[in-house]
Design a protein around this ligand. Structure first.
Ligand SMILES: [Zn+2]
Length: 279
């Protein structure tokens, strides 16, 4: 494997046994899905927004009324998108452009490929799950690469719509609606098509892998709760304890890359735990 672990993490025997246990639970589950957040992309060089080293800690928070501003003056919002001037926006767009999927993204894509993960819901806009090969992907906060029609919610690749700097904002070729970046702004509703599919997937699953997020913000916060309420299990993968740890069925305390890679090996059946073969 390429990419050495940035944290030089060594798997303890205790954590390894816990991962083996989680893998056993996943193999016994009817339908497994995953929920991911910013913590999973830290190993891809994308800093969190808040906290030490966070983009907003460094550059100041972006406007909390971003969606309202967009609606008030879409042309100006588009000019800002085409050539970001705010330092945080500039830093974010450069960081996103340079980021590559890490072992955690790849492990989730592989779990899907071998039929052990039905879909991934992510709060991340960084496109890294898609780049790693995950196909059933629900990006609740959108995808920074894509554009979206605010009327009919159709998504567009950047080159699908001509963006003329002299005639902003661009309009949807299907319905004439206002076209915006797909990333969900502050104050903007979660796109209804994605939210509906999230609830469908959550109600069909009986096992949820939660990685790189404490899932305390709506709507993500509702998903693990719903899985537990209906008798399913929640497996948390976070380096530090979170609020979720108190309710999760199993908590795997380690970095997403190393833990998910090991979990994949157990689920796929090509690793053995200290205590013997996982069934
Ligand atoms: Zn449209």
């Amino acid at each position: 494997m390429a990419s050495p672990d940035p944290q030089d993490f060594t798997l303890s025997a205790e954590l390894d046994a816990e991962i083996a246990r989680a893998a056993g639970a996943m193999r016994n589950a009817r339908r497994v899905m995953a929920l991911t957040g910013a913590g999973l992309s830290v190993e891809s060089g994308i800093p969190p927004f808040r906290g030490p080293g966070g983009l907003w800690t460094k550059y100041g928070e972006p406007p909390m009324d971003g969606y309202e501003r967009f609606l008030r003056d879409p042309a100006q919002a588009w000019r800002e998108r085409l050539s970001p001037s705010a330092p945080w926006a500039k830093a974010l767009s450069e960081t996103l452009a340079a980021a590559k999927p890490n072992a955690g993204h790849r492990a989730l894509a592989e779990l899907e490929r071998i039929g052990r993960c039905a879909c991934v819901i992510t709060q991340n806009v960084d496109d890294l799950h898609g780049q790693a090969g995950t196909r059933e992907l629900l990006e609740i906060h959108g995808n920074h690469r894509l554009l979206r029609c605010l009327e009919c919610v159709r998504r567009f690749e950047p080159d699908e719509i001509p963006v003329d700097p002299e005639a902003l904002p661009p309009r949807c070729p299907d319905c004439g609606g206002l076209v915006k970046g797909d990333t969900v702004h502050f104050g903007e509703p979660i796109p209804p098509d994605v939210l509906r599919r999230c609830y469908e997937e959550v109600s069909a699953a009986d096992c949820m892998l939660v990685a790189g997020t404490s899932a305390t913000v709506f709507p993500a916060a509702a998903f693990p709760v719903e899985i537990l309420r209906s008798g399913g299990i929640v497996i948390e993968v976070n380096p530090e304890p979170t609020e979720l740890s108190e309710v999760a069925t199993l908590t795997l305390a380690g970095p997403g890359g190393a833990v998910l890679e090991r979990l994949l090996r157990y689920v796929a059946g090509d690793a053995e735990s200290e205590e013997g073969r996982v069934s």
